[in-house]
Write a new protein. Sequence first.
Length: 605
Amino acid sequence: YSGFVENLKNNLGKNEMKNKNSPDQNSSDKRRIAVASDHAGYKMKQALAKHLEEKGYQIVDLGTDSEEPCDYPDFGASAGRTVASGQADLGVCVCGTGIGISIAANKIPGIRAAVVHDVTSAHMAREHNNANIVCFGARLTGSQAATDALDEFLSVNFEGIQRHQKRIDKITALEQTDLTQPPRRQVFQPTFNLLEHDPELRELLAAELNRQRTTLQLIASENFTSPAVLAATASVLTNKYAEGYPGRRYYGGNSVIDSVEVLAQERAKQLFGAEHANVQPHSGANANLAVYTALLDPGDTVLGMRLDQGGHITHGLPASISGKLYHFVAYGVTETDETIDFDQVADIAKKEHPKLIIAGATAYSRLIDPMPFREIADSVGALFMFDAAHPAGLIAAGLHPNPTEIADVVTFTTHKTLRGPRGGAILCKEKFAKAIDSAVFPGLQGGPLEHVIAAKAVAFQEALQPEFKKYAGKVIANSKALSAALSNLGFRIVSGGTDNHLVLVDLRNFDPELDGKRAQQTLDFVGITCNRNQIPGDPRPPFYTSGLRLGTAAETTAGMGEAEMKQIAELIARVLGEENLDQASIKQEVAMLCSRFDPYKSLGQ
């Protein structure tokens, strides 16, 4: 298996290098250039041919040979056939506008003739479209501009990156179309066109799209994905069953799937600096349970954060399978600053001798340093797991301590701050890899969702880009701005502020009678979407709570900044504080704010 994966990685790397660095016959002494024109382009063709000869190119002159009137399709087709057959490497065509002769050349299979007017269009035609014939309009483009554009066209290589190659492949596929058959609806149409046969569901999807565009999304677990992530999630990979792992599948036909999954694994390892990655978990809860299955026996003692102190249900809630199978003991936060009480963690660990200690939370607004947990775990001989479901994107951007080299295992979700599809993943030391993989499959899951795994690969690649670090920085800046604005308006912020994407609000200081359920419902009615949440020492039960949890990741993706965070805080205070509130007016105000920051426009969707 390891040999198979290594070979697959090497092949992926070679293909990537080939795409990026292919010389594409770039040395002029080996390149043959076909030149052709009609009568209107004759003089320019002659001048360009002479320029090419002076630069050492071999010229295949296909005419015309005078300014006597002639028909451009004859010469465009001749140039196309010469390039397509390999008798010339590239072509140059000229007519009055460049349009007619390019249309003729493009009728030849394998030809991508582009009309250019300047250096920029010549560069893009070659780099992005892999054009193999450049066309000029002698009546529209000056001789020097044409010469400069031609030099640029010949000096640039096709970029070959995936999104451009995919489009070139589609152009090639069009050449194979059987024109005797009636046209078929394209597979990848916008969602609502695909669902023309199901108007009821179409209306529901349209309503949800409208809700996302016209209301504020402040749930800390949510985000807006990129068009590429959405496309991968809706791809043909959903059709393939792939039980097992790359090189060890229980079904045939998985050669492409293996490459997709290995690509996701390698990108996850690169992003977080991990020794091993499993990208198959369907969710963060599945990932956590897989770790427990791999490392624990039923009844083993586990130390995790209490739910009402910020922990997650999979960290031992009695109603969760985690609480039913294992003996969880809980730690919490200090009463003074409401940050993790490491003295308490150490004391409980010495008393209970847990087999596993868990760091991580679902409603905790401060950075979590993994090192104290590691030291406590080592002191009692425990394993250490870090649940990075919420801060994964901030970790990837280098704005939160990275637990990967410190913890034995790291679990995370690929949505939330990482801005990928809904799903989970596990990173671990190599010595735990076999146990973790076996726990995921066949321990807990059957066939992996390879279309979602492909979307995870996209998200990992996006998070590796410099732009993602800038985005993550804005998420934190917006969170701090929202926290400060709410504090100034009379709300108590748990722990006094935030270091991440999340703000935990205590409502009691603002209105002692206001509970989280009523606040959530009131805000939801005017288009401010958030969730009620317990706060440390909460006297109210989980269904009502004394707090709200707010997050800034989604609206930061939409393009909002610190000024908008202040405006949102003011809206929240008005909605929850005014007795005779004009809810319709507030709802309209929220919609107007959202209209300036449409997430789908900001993402290019």
